[in-house]
Ligand binder design. Structure first.
Ligand code: CO
Length: 209
């Protein structure tokens, strides 16, 4: 059996099983979605949003790219964020990086990779912000882990600095932005405890009054 046929077979089994457990599952979801969470994570196949946090279809809105980067000129990511915040009215935005991230590792090296080097530049910028702290660490693996964490911290800030999130707070919306890192070795999520839930917690230069 070709591997692609296997996927379609898997799909039939999955849909039948969900329908057996909850007969109106798909008809109900087809009408509308109302997730409380937006997940911004890495494209890495080992970091599947729904499975990690035990949520079903309809329960988490997802955007993934290489190394979970939020760039304020990326219309793709911003459109997802705007839709999630203004239309779906999610209550939480989760930036979830992961240890052992290939994008982060590549950003720490000097090898040329082509087009993607332009994307990795954003992570090299994060490295520059925390260069003293990261380069003080003698173990290369720990340097990589530290940059994975710092990258999440910066992406939390990038989400908070958007007009989308700032306007949500100004309108009185209850919205919290969280920074997490997932461990590939144990399947556990670590909360970096850098959550932000209001305009007053942003750097003064980035607050849009
Ligand atoms: Co990754």
């Amino acid at each position: 059996m070709s591997s692609i046929k296997q996927l379609l077979d898997n799909n039939r089994v999955w849909a039948q099983e969900l329908t057996r457990q909850t007969p109106d599952f798909f008809p109900r979801l087809a009408v509308q979605q109302s997730p409380d969470y937006l997940w911004i994570g890495c494209s890495d196949s080992r970091v599947p949003a729904n499975e990690i946090v035990g949520l079903l279809p309809g329960e988490i809105f997802v955007h993934r790219n290489i190394a979970n980067v939020v760039v304020h000129t990326d219309l793709n990511c911003l459109s997802v964020l705007q839709y999630a915040v203004e239309i779906l009215r999610v209550k939480h935005v989760i930036i979830c990086g992961h240890y052992g991230c290939g994008g982060i590792r590549a950003a720490l090296e000097n090898t040329e990779h082509g087009l993607i080097d332009n994307w990795l530049r954003h992570i090299k910028d994060v490295h520059r912000y925390y260069e003293d702290e990261i380069e003080r660490e003698p173990d290369p693996e720990k340097r990589c882990s530290l940059l994975c964490e710092k990258n999440v911290v910066e992406q939390v800030a990038n989400v908070c600095h958007t007009t989308i999130v700032q306007n949500a707070w100004k309108s009185g919306m209850d919205l919290t932005v969280h920074g997490w890192v997932y461990g590939l070795r144990d399947g556990l999520v670590h909360d970096l405890e850098v959550s932000v839930d209001g305009l007053d917690q942003l750097r003064a230069t980035h607050q849009l009054k």
